[in-house]
Structures are given as structure tokens and as C-alpha cells.
Ligand binder design. Sequence first.
Ligand code: HEM
Length: 342
Amino acid sequence: MGSLFAAAGSIFSRYTGASASKSSTPPDSKSEANSATAINDHASTTHDTTLPTLSSTEPEEESPETTPKASASNAPPPVLAVPTLSLDEGTTNNDSNAATPSAPTPRGLTQKTTSANSRNETATNESQKPLMPPPPVPQTKQQTSTTSSTNTSSLMPPPSVPRLQPTGPPRLNAGSSLRPPPSAAAGLRAPPTNSGSRLSNSTLAPVPVKKSSASRKVVLEPGYSPLDWAALAANPKNQLRGANMPPGYLRVTPSMLKVQNGRKNRDAWTSYQGKVYNIQPYVPYHPGGKGELLRGAGKDSAKLFQEIHPWVNWDGILSECLVGILVSENDAQAEEALDAMD
Ligand code: HEM
């Protein structure tokens, strides 16, 4: 303690001398006086922490008493300390808190003019620290809202981090609850029977027709409609089999059929499923035209017919045009021989 007093006295003597030589303005003298009172009060063991606040809080009132205080360090400080404590309690407490850890006496000596201001600043800073809201709350909000930083990941709420990251890709799983139940979804979907290759094979694609991409129907002359043909075929007097034909059916050999090709004033005959028909009366009624129908003249038309319109009722249209049955050449010759023997 003695050494401390001696050091304080020597520092104070230096300080007062330096300040007297440097400071000329009244505010500097006030601050110096404050620092001097602080040192003197610190020297007195009775009020170590409270007295420095007196100088900082009330520099104008004590300014005239600073010079006598420096000389009379043994003067009873409680007289000055009591009113100052009652006036400004918050600052005294702050100063007391700030003075203990930061070793006030060397600072006051080194920082001569701004000792009081620095103490006030430190006091305000220290007083603001406990009063300010805790920083992690806004930091977590900003971090969660703006970016996800790895340094402060511990401050972030644990559930928010996994929820924010997987919301991107697995929205399908997350949105599964919003989807309709599987039964409803299946009901909205196309039926499985109409999907895939079955559509093209069964329903939409034309079944066996190869050349039916465009219609090849012709414009029939007036009076040659299907109804007109039906009316003509309904009357047996029209002799649709041909003129000068025997009453019974003929045995038609391929050679005989080949001659009836519609040329040289001969009727066009064709065979279909073993039967021979005179198609000459039907030529102007054929929806596919004369040329198409006569492609089968003098030969079997079953292949062409099935390729183009297998749905057409051949027998229903050409029943009155039946000439006979198709027989082989040998059969015809044998029959003729039998007839000759008779
Ligand atoms: C050599 C034999 C024959 C050929 C090459 C042939 C050709 C055709 C063609 C190209 C068409 C037009 C098809 C279309 O584009 O819609 C057609 C239609 C038609 N043909 Fe023939 N034909 C033949 C024999 C016959 C016979 C013998 C009949 C009668 C028993 C017949 C009755 C019809 C009918 C009713 C249509 C209209 C079909 C429809 O509207 O869907 N054809 N034919």
C-alpha cells in the first residue's frame, strides 16, 4: 500500500505538472480535476469504486473543488460522495462495474483529457450490453431467411434445416397427400385396355384394309344408287343372269369363265367361293367404279374382294346374278362324256 501511495503521488505530481503545462482551456482543467479526484478517492480506502463516478457524472459542480482536493487528499470524502450517489446511481454502478476489471488508475493517467469521456463511453457501452436484445435471435432469423451458413448452423433450429432442404426434390412425396387417392387417380387415367399397342391394333387402326387410306369411291350416275340396284334385283323379270340363259345353273369351267371377261359384247362373269356370277348388270351400280369391278372379270375375284371390302355381302347383292357353279375342266369333260353315252 505504501508503494502504491508513493507511485500514485509521483504519477499525480507528474500528471498535474504536465496538465498544467499543456492544458490551458477550462474543460481540460475540469477533466484533469476529475481524474485527480478519482485518484485521490482511489487512494482513500473508504470509497474506492464510488468516487470515480463522482468525477464523471458531476464535473461542473466539483470543478471548483478539484484544486483543493489535490492538495488535501485527507479531506473527508463522504461529504461529497453522499449527494453524488443519490443523484446518479446508474452511472455509479456502471462505473463501479467497469472500474474493477479495467484497472482505472493507469488509464486515467495515460488518457488525460478524455478520461471522463472514455469512462462515460465505456459505461454506456457496458450498460448497453446487458440491455440490448440477445444477438442470436435476429441472426438466426436472417440466416434462415436469406442463406444457410454453416458457421451458425448450431444456432439454427434443428428441424428447420432438414425441412428446408428436402422441400425441393421430394415435393412429389410431400404432395402425395394432396393427390387424390389411388382409386380416384386410376379412375382419371385412361383405361388400360385403350393404352399401348391395343389402341392401334384394335380400335383406332383400320382392321384389315391396306389401301383404304383415301376413299376410292366414285360418283355414280343418277338412277344407279344401291337402292336402285336393290329395286332392280328385286324383280326376277329383269334377267340379271343374262339374256338367252338356260333355266338351270350352269357348270362353268375355268376356260368358260375366262371367255366371259366383258369384252366383245360378252357379259363379265366372275367366280366367288365356287359360284359364278354375271357382274355385268352391276357395273354401273358398283360404288368403286367400273374399272375396279371388272378387274375380277373372267376369273376368281375372291382375293380382290376380301382385300378391299370383306364386309360387303356379296350374295345379298348379286344373288339374282348367279349363273352356275365353278367346275374343273376334267369334271366338265367327264360329265359331257356321260351325257354323250346317254
Ligand atoms: C374385282 C372385284 C372388285 C373390286 C376390285 C372392287 C373394288 C372396290 C373399290 C375400290 C371400292 C371403293 C372402296 C372405298 O374406297 O370405299 C369398292 C366399293 C364397293 N364395292 Fe367393290 N369391288 C369388287 C367387287 C365387288 C362386288 C362383286 C360387289 C358386289 C357384290 C362389290 C360391292 C361394293 C360395294 C357395296 C362397295 C361400297 C363399299 C362401302 O361403301 O363401304 N364390289 N369396291
